[in-house]
Design a binder for this molecule. Structure first.
Ligand SMILES: [Zn+2]
Length: 331
């Protein structure tokens, strides 16, 4: 058991690295997802064999295209376990997988309503508030669910959407957890990852490909960790160590730093930028900053203009104040 706990702790420490791969996939797969196919409710999952333990909990609408689409993708991999969860404004979300992933499905089913509310609490109600969450049972199933030819073993979860035009709401959005996610992450880690991915889902319509990752990933981590009672050093251990060495980052995190060896620390920095904005200014201005920064690719000049518009400060002063704030947090 101690080996298992050690493994989980190790993966939990790495989970922000896994997030970085996730956002790349949000962008990469947007253009590859097929349209949903409507199927009647009679197409609800059925066990493959009489001994199978697949079940469907909850009553959905007469047709549920999300369940039908997922079923088409995962039925070849065995009996299906599907749960419907009431989430936000009378919406129904869906958690789907196989009996072998029942533990993760149980956790995600338990967490989904609160996670949806946590995202809405910051972002507002202007998103679907109904999400499909799928737990894959094998790497090939995972790849199929995110419409990829293959998937890196490093990726623990991915967010997918159908192609959509700017100004319209995305459809076909789903979060897919890898077959190893439950082994890598304890329930608290799954909760954090679910909230992080749900933030990407909620903000997708307002997020343009190529917008700065410090804003996209920082905001998702801000919502993921918000209200969890964690200390700064728990959320950002690498950054805390840097600050104690007086080795603070010199600028906002650059996109290439969200992959590679130092990705976990980069994610911590991005989270801290958003935590700083919410602390020094307020949460509504953090949300407004997200909407403006995420709306396009940015340069230091355009970021400067937006920071002046939303926060009334220059980019240089913003970075300097963030660094000062970091030094007060990491004591
Ligand atoms: Zn992310």
């Amino acid at each position: 058991m101690s080996d298992l706990r050690g493994l989980r702790a190790w993966w939990s420490a790495r989970r922000r690295f896994e997030f970085c791969l996730t956002v790349a996939m949000v962008i990469a797969f947007t253009g590859f997802c097929g349209a949903l196919i409507m199927l009647p409710n009679s197409a609800l999952p059925k066990p493959h064999t009489a001994q199978a333990t697949a079940d469907v909990v909850g009553q959905g609408p007469a047709t549920d295209p999300r369940l039908a689409e997922v079923r088409r993708s995962i039925e070849p991999f065995g009996p299906i376990l599907a749960r419907q969860v009431a989430t936000g404004d009378g919406q129904q979300s869906l958690v789907v997988g196989h009996p072998a992933q029942r533990t993760e499905i149980d956790v995600l089913e338990h967490e989904l309503a609160a996670a949806t509310a946590a995202v809405t609490d910051v972002w507002g109600k202007d998103w679907a508030q109904a999400t499909t969450v799928v737990v894959a049972s094998s790497p090939s199933e995972f790849a199929g669910l995110v419409h990829a030819g293959s998937m890196s073993a490093e990726v623990a979860a991915a967010s997918v959407a159908d192609p959509f035009a700017p100004g319209t709401q995305p459809t076909g959005q789903r979060i897919v957890f890898s077959p190893d996610a439950g082994r890598r992450l304890d329930p608290a880690g799954l909760r954090t990852m679910l909230r992080h991915e749900l933030t990407h889902i909620a903000t997708r319509a307002e997020t343009r490909d190529g917008a700065p990752l410090w804003m996209l990933e920082g905001f998702a981590d801000y919502i993921a960790h918000r209200g969890q009672g964690q200390r700064f050093a728990d959320i950002a251990p690498t950054l805390t160590a840097q600050a104690r060495r007086h080795d603070l980052p010199g600028d906002l995190p650059a996109d290439p730093d969200f992959t590679g060896r130092n990705a976990a620390g980069t994610y911590e920095q991005a989270w801290s930028v958003c935590a700083y904005i919410a602390d020094k200014y307020d949460q509504p201005r953090l949300v407004e900053l997200y909407r403006q920064i995420a709306a396009a690719r940015q340069s230091p000049d355009t970021e400067d203009q937006i920071l002046q518009n939303v926060l009334g400060t220059t980019r240089a002063d913003f970075v300097a104040d963030w660094r000062n704030w970091l030094s007060t947090q990491a004591v």
